[in-house]
Write a protein that binds this ligand. Structure first.
Ligand code: GRF
Length: 240
């Protein structure tokens, strides 16, 4: 499925499970695979949230595109399995993409969350995880896409920036927006101080958004994403 088409996707996890049938089933949690490239503070926020069973999800694996990063160390400390695929270990980018997609798929995720993963996913990955591949970005998209969102926002002189959680499509930070939160730019801000402040908001937004998605489901109609009230719909996030 490609975004831009009017193709509703609905998915959900857990809370409504068993409500309709005569037989009650235990509430299931959605399986998250989180992709990281660096410090992994967004990953940590998800790990912390998942410690509460009522959150509705658990991190079943963490994937990375490089070794020796704090994001992987956070996963190890939490006892979460990891996998790493460096582009240089593969004959080409498409082979790398297939390897990442295969490793993710092995953990049967309901949602894949790119949390500071500094690589664009290729077609194989997008095909496998269309509609359930979530990314977080440190600007109010569509303003300032790309690798240097915070630097670009400062250079432009905006007074308000923020963060965006969105569904990934084939473009660079162009997918349908799920949630956004504004962050004011201070007169004394530099890239580091502004990014740190955005990240405080970003972590809370990511945790809140993923939680609402896995508990209440979501639908996509064109570019409009609606989260919640989809319990009776497909349970894609539970099933992976
Ligand atoms: C986040 O601001 C994310 O949006 C950007 O890189 C940062 C990652 O932070 N792409 P962390 O690794 O989760 O601490």
């Amino acid at each position: 499925m490609r975004f831009g088409q009017v193709t509703p996707i609905t998915a959900g996890a857990g809370r409504g499970a068993g409500r309709r049938g005569a037989v009650k089933v235990a509430r299931m949690t959605a399986r998250l695979v989180v992709l990281v490239s660096g410090a992994g503070t967004n990953l940590q926020a998800l790990l912390d949230a998942c410690a509460d069973p009522s959150y509705g999800a658990r991190v079943v694996a963490v994937g990375a595109d490089r070794t020796g990063i704090e994001g992987l160390a956070r996963a190890h400390r939490a006892g979460v399995p990891t996998f790493t695929h460096q582009v240089s270990d593969h004959p080409d980018r498409a082979a790398w993409d297939r390897a990442v997609a295969r490793s993710c798929a092995r953990f049967q995720p309901g949602l894949v969350v790119s949390a500071g993963f500094m690589k664009l996913a290729g077609q194989d990955f997008l095909d496998r995880f269309a509609g359930r591949f979530v990314n977080t970005h440190p600007s109010l998209l569509p303003a300032f896409p790309g690798m240097h969102a915070v630097r670009d926002a400062l250079a432009y002189g905006v007074k308000v920036t923020g963060c965006t959680v969105f569904l990934v499509d084939a473009g660079t930070d162009t997918g349908p927006v799920i949630a956004q939160e504004a962050v004011p730019v201070g007169e004394d801000d530099d890239v580091a101080s502004l990014h740190e402040r955005i990240k405080v908001t970003e972590r809370a937004l990511l945790v809140d958004t993923v939680g609402r998605m896995v508990r209440g489901g979501w639908s996509v109609q064109g570019r409009t994403v609606l989260v919640g009230h989809h319990e009776a719909a497909a349970n894609q996030a539970r099933q992976g």
